[in-house]
Design a protein around this ligand. Structure first.
Ligand SMILES: C[S@@+](CC[C@H](N)C(=O)[O-])C[C@H]1O[C@@H](n2cnc3c(N)ncnc32)[C@H](O)[C@@H]1O
Length: 189
């Protein structure tokens, strides 16, 4: 399917972003929708991933954060905060070790200077990884995180392997081929 068709398909289905098809494929491939109750969505705006989780996982409680505002979604508690300040949100802090799934589609602004951008993305990915480790159920949680194909990818994956028993790298069909984005999945078994 052409990239544009994903956007049309998403719009017709009432979703706020074409990115939902990336998450849908990853959830299918990794079978990560069973036994899920609490979900943390990092970099959630405009809200496509949160919408998808709510429609796929009935009774899920989604907690979403973004530095941009996000219009309301039923069953989603949104906080207009950077990941750097996630611990300041009492409602989220109280759920430490109680999240079943952390999803992050977080993407920082790009400067165009590769060395600077790669470093920035890596730092935010490491922060996301550490946040997931802190908030996930230490017996059975999983993480789906967007990153980019660059000289830091190997070291990021290695870091992830220290905390997750299963780690996979995925490039869903809806992710534009020319885009360097790629997704890491990690599961604590
Ligand atoms: C690709 S969009 C997410 C799209 C979303 N998954 C969807 O399906 O609608 C990436 C988001 O990451 C957010 N972001 C960037 N830096 C952030 C940070 N430090 N903390 C939280 N969110 C951030 C951006 O504001 C942007 O909304």
């Amino acid at each position: 399917m052409y990239a544009d068709n994903w956007s049309i398909k998403a719009k017709n289905a009432g979703y706020r972003s074409r990115a939902i098809y990336k998450l849908e494929e990853i959830l299918q491939k990794t079978k990560s929708t069973t036994g899920i109750r609490n979900v943390l969505d990092i970099g959630s705006a405009p809200g496509g991933w949160s919408q998808l989780i709510r429609s796929k996982i009935k009774n899920s409680n989604v907690y979403a954060i973004d530095i941009l505002d996000m219009p309301n979604i039923e069953g989603v508690r949104f906080f207009n905060v950077s990941i750097e300040n996630i611990d300041s949100i009492t409602e989220i802090r109280e759920l430490k070790d109680k999240f079943d799934l952390v999803i992050s589609d977080l993407a920082p602004n790009i400067s165009g200077i590769a060395a600077v951008d790669n470093e920035n993305i890596y730092d935010l990915n490491v922060l996301t990884l550490n946040t997931a480790i802190k908030y996930l159920n230490s017996n059975k949680g999983s993480l789906i995180m967007k990153t980019f194909q660059n000289n830091k990818l190997k070291s990021l994956r290695k870091k992830m392997e220290l905390s997750f028993e299963v780690v996979q790298t995925l490039k869903p069909a809806a992710s534009k081929k020319q885009s360097g984005e790629i997704f890491l999945y990690g599961a604590i078994k």
